[in-house]
Every structure is written in structure tokens, then in C-alpha cells.
Write a protein that binds this ligand. Structure first.
Ligand SMILES: C[S@@+](CC[C@H](N)C(=O)[O-])C[C@H]1O[C@@H](n2cnc3c(N)ncnc32)[C@H](O)[C@@H]1O
Length: 275
């Protein structure tokens, strides 16, 4: 339209794009700072013209991570590309070790939701993918529909540090590749513990399933030395002792397993603990 600034034109065009409806803030717990306000601002951000604006603004708000690739590209190239094989392997390892095959599961910082989707495929769990980025909400919806498990996978925008679930309501919390970016890891792990049912399991950390799969990915990423550098840097900044110290401070009886294929914090909420 004549006389309109370029920014305004872009904003108008963008207004025609339909965005995923974000979930109601009512499901957020009381006492979380600025809950309703921040939800409203997240919804506004999701309608803004530039993806970069959205990501930067949310990144600033939660002082977490920044993406150089847009989320859709990330989904195609990474999640469905060379990372594709790791999710079913990790999902099978989780089910074999925890024995959790039914009830409610949360894939925390699930991004496009591939781990949660793979868990839904091999169990009768209902899975909620939680991620701070609104774009991931839409991608996780698409991925669960593509895998034929959409009726047992839902997606919520939220953060680890203030999980939108009741106390003692979840049977299994999984999280891959996300804790390294949480603003407050201790608060996030306390939240995971809070929402677990007595007897429920948590499987939080990062990894590639097997050393062989890691090597495949490293080979596929040979032209991207930055990726390897950043991965190693994250490992150095988050050694197993660091997570063990957090568990100890929280009084959580768990293990931190560190192998070439990954680092995982694994714990079970004692069955006798009252909610
Ligand atoms: C490297 S991606 C991993 C995505 C997915 N779990 C996977 O393995 O494919 C990290 C994800 O964690 C999310 N994230 C970062 N900090 C978070 C927080 N505090 N709460 C919830 N999600 C968070 C990011 O938005 C991103 O989608």
C-alpha cells in the first residue's frame, strides 16, 4: 500500500500467514514470574514479521540460545537428515531401561519432537512436546502427523524452568540436547522432579544413541568443523560432575552416565514419595 513503510507491508503480509494457536496460559502454574504477560508477549512475537525477530526476542527473554538456521530448515536438514537415525535408537534405549510404556511422557526442549514421536511409535505413551520456540510447536505437530501418531502427541510452548504441568502428573520426562541451553539447569531439573509421578523416570541430556551413529554424524558434518567444536565445548562446560552436583543439591538420587555416545542424567522418583 502506498505510503506504508516496508516494515508495515511485511507485517501485513505476515498477518495472512496462519500461525499455530499457542496453548492457553491458564495451564501455567501460579507464581511463575509474569506468566500470563509473558505468554501474551510470546503470542505477539509469534505474529511478528521476521523469524529472526521472533527467535532473537525469545532468546533475549530467556537468555538462552540463538539459531542461525530457521527452524524449518533445521527440521529438514538436521532432524530428518543425518540425525534421523538416532531418535529411534535413543527411544528404544529409554524404554528398555525404564520399562515405561504407557501413561504420560514429556519431551522437554523437544524441538521438532522427533524423540517424543519415536517414543509414541514404540509404546502407548501419550507425549507432550514442550519447547520455548513457537516455530517448533508447528514442526512437532507436522512430524507427529507424518509419523501417524498425531492423536497421541501434543505440543506446548513452554520452558523447562516453569513446566506447564501439575505436580506428580507425568510418567516419563525425556530431553535430548536441550539442557545445555537452559537458563537455569537446576530449576529445570527441579521442575522435572516436581512433575514426575512417584515411580516416574527422567532421561535428560544429550547423545547420539551409539558411538557408531555419532561417527556417522561426525563424517556427515565433516564440512562443518564449527559443529564439532561447539559440541565439544558444550561437553566441556557440562561435565558429568556438574550434573551430579546439581542432583546432589536437589537431593535427587540419580546417575549421570557419560560415554562417547552421550551424557545422560537418569533418575526415578521414589515410588513411596507422596505427591
Ligand atoms: C539442540 S535442540 C534439540 C531439539 C530436540 N530435543 C532434538 O534432540 O532434536 C535444543 C532445543 O531446546 C530448546 N530449549 C532451549 N532452552 C529451553 C528451555 N529453557 N526450555 C525449553 N526448551 C528449551 C530449544 O528451543 C531447542 O528446540
Amino acid at each position: 500500500m502506498k505510503g506504508q513503510s516496508k516494515k508495515q507491508e511485511e507485517a501485513d503480509d505476515f498477518g495472512k500467514v496462519s500461525f499455530p494457536k499457542l496453548p492457553c496460559p491458564e495451564c501455567f502454574r501460579d507464581g511463575v514470574q509474569g506468566t500470563k504477560k509473558s505468554w501474551a508477549s510470546a503470542q505477539n512475537l509469534a505474529r511478528q514479521p521476521s523469524r529472526v525477530v521472533v527467535v532473537r526476542a525469545i532468546t533475549k527473554r530467556y537468555k538462552t540460545m540463538s539459531y542461525t538456521m530457521n527452524a524449518a530448515e533445521f527440521n529438514e536438514k538436521i532432524m530428518k537428515g543425518h540425525f534421523r537415525k538416532i531418535y529411534p535408537v535413543i527411544a528404544a534405549q529409554i524404554v528398555e531401561r525404564t520399562g515405561v510404556r504407557s501413561g504420560r511422557c514429556v519431551d522437554l526442549g523437544g524441538g521438532p519432537g522427533m524423540l517424543g514421536v519415536c517414543l509414541a511409535k514404540i509404546t502407548s505413551l501419550t507425549v507432550t512436546v514442550v519447547d520455548l520456540m513457537p516455530e517448533c510447536v508447528e514442526l512437532a505437530r507436522e512430524n507427529s502427523a507424518e509419523a501417524g501418531v498425531a492423536e497421541r502427541v501434543d505440543v506446548v510452548q513452554g520452558v523447562a524452568e516453569a513446566l506447564p504441568f501439575d505436580d506428580a502428573s507425568i510418567d516419563l520426562v525425556v530431553s535430548r540436547g536441550s539442557i545445555f541451553f537452559w537458563e537455569d539447569q537446576q530449576k529445570g531439573l527441579a521442575e522435572v522432579y516436581r512433575v514426575l509421578r512417584p515411580g516416574g523416570w527422567a532421561w535428560i541430556g544429550g547423545g547420539f544413541g551409539t558411538a557408531e551413529l555419532l561417527r556417522e554424524i561426525e563424517a556427515a558434518k565433516a564440512d562443518d568443523p564449527e559443529w564439532n567444536r561447539k559440541r565439544r565445548e558444550r561437553m566441556t562446560q557440562n561435565p558429568p560432575e556438574h550434573f551430579r552436583a546439581i542432583l546432589e543439591r536437589l537431593g535427587i538420587d540419580g546417575v549421570v552416565e557419560h560415554q562417547e555416545a552421550g551424557t545422560w542424567i537418569i533418575f526415578r522418583k521414589p515410588a513411596e514419595v507422596e505427591a
